[in-house]
Ligand binder design. Structure first.
Ligand SMILES: Cc1ncc(COP(=O)(O)O)c(C=O)c1O
Length: 392
């Protein structure tokens, strides 16, 4: 059997979350483990109407094969939004529609990485990126993330010691910590990167989900020739359509397109047409505003419950947007020890381990607040606090 699988499959971590979710089939368990958007907010009626229109008016076109870049109307809509809302000058030709932003990660790795190439990875970082990039057998160089943003000394050290091909980061409401890099931190990162050959992979699925404070500019403003900006409709519309994109410097588009063709020819044409109709015929800003308001309330409810129920030596982040809070246990208590007790108390979270590229017991864990209502949040955090008290 050992000769059946490719070497590259040896190094790829399993999706730990999927394993955990299997444990969560008991309906009495309150789960803060998933990373799902709130299904109650899906614009189901509007998408239904859009799909009827698309089938009726363009059925034979959208059910045909299409080009690999994606629908030009959709790429144009994304480019307009970048320009009008974020002051980012990206043309439709620089946008490749992908099957979720997850596929963009795969395509970027496919066109850039050879075995052993160095990749700077946030620590802790998005486990789906660790998994996608691991297939290309890079050497990860972890750089810490804290409320102050990316660890600048750690980054400098990585750049001095090696020549990383890619640097992966989620500067807005990071998965898993909920942290946003401050503007000054972004400037310091860009200053260090600008004289290197490292490409920045700025993954931004949560940027639109800010419920507090002001937007902070993308790395695209700072290093336009070096930044690959990833976006997604998963958190603002629905994840089931699997629609995301990569906005890339024009010099990289050709290779990305070849990789896309080789992988799946093109992203589903039907869902692209439906979402394009929806975006052009609905009030998407009102919809996103509603998501922000609901997630903001749920986040505040979770923070209030954590503050009340846990002692001061359990710390946690206070996100300004997104879907996650990151909590820190007092050592020597590990997240896995706490997880086992939490499960016995019928409450779930994701222990820190899968968000790291190195093996070590962790004291931190991720809580999701987007798909649990405020009452359930209060009950679930009480259960976690009870599990914590038993341990203490
Ligand atoms: C940081 C980050 N990047 C990418 C993704 C994948 O998103 P998509 O549904 O667009 O593939 C996720 C999903 O949770 C995520 O948290």
């Amino acid at each position: 059997m050992s000769t059946l699988f490719s070497d590259r499959m040896q190094d790829v971590p399993r999706s730990f979350i999927r394993e955990i979710l299997k444990a969560a089939i008991d309906p009495d368990i309150i789960s803060f483990a998933g990373g799902l958007p709130n299904r109650a907010l899906f614009p189901v009626d509007e998408l239904h109407e859009a799909s009827e229109h698309v089938f009726k008016e363009q059925g034979r076109t959208v059910l045909q094969y299409s080009n690999s870049e994606g629908l030009i109307e959709l790429r144009g809509w994304i480019a307009d939004r970048y320009r009008l809302r974020h002051g980012i000058d990206i043309s439709a030709e620089q946008i490749l529609i992908t099957s979720g932003s997850q596929q963009a990660l795969d395509l970027i790795a496919k066109i850039t990485l050879n075995d052993g190439d160095q990749v700077i990875m946030e620590e802790p970082g998005y486990l789906g990126a660790i998994q996608a990039l691991s297939l290309y057998r890079p050497r990860f160089l972890p750089v810490g993330v804290s409320e102050a943003g990316l660890d600048i000394d750690g980054l400098q050290d990585c750049l001095e010691r090696g020549s990383p091909k890619l640097m992966y980061m989620v500067p807005n409401f990071q998965n898993p910590t909920g942290i946003t890099y401050p503007a000054a931190n972004r400037l310091a990162v860009a200053e260090l990167i600008k004289d290197t050959d490292t490409l920045l992979v700025e993954d931004d699925p949560y940027g639109e989900l800010r419920f507090r404070g002001e937007d902070i500019g993308s790395f695209y403003h700072l290093l336009p020739d070096r930044t690959l900006l990833l976006g997604s409709f998963s958190k603002t519309v629905v994840p089931g359509f699997r629609l995301g994109w990569v906005a890339a410097p024009i010099a990289l588009m050709d290779k990305l397109l070849i990789a896309k063709q080789a992988t799946d020819l093109h992203t589903c044409n039907l869902t692209q047409a439906i979402i394009t109709y929806y975006l052009k015929n609905s009030t998407i800003d009102d919809h996103i505003q509603n998501i922000r308001a609901v997630y903001g309330r749920q986040c505040d409810a979770m923070i209030a419950a954590l503050k009340q129920a846990f002692p001061a030596d359990v710390s946690f982040t206070r996100p300004d947007g997104g879907m996650f809070i990151w909590a820190q246990l007092p050592p020597p208590l590990t997240a896995m020890q706490f997880f086992e007790h939490a499960l016995a108390h019928k409450a779930l979270f994701v222990p820190g381990e899968p968000f790291y590229t190195t093996d070590a017991p962790r004291h931190s864990f991720r809580l999701n607040f987007s798909c649990v209502d405020e009452g359930t949040i209060a009950t679930g955090i009480d259960r976690l606090a009870e599990a914590f008290r038993v341990l203490g």
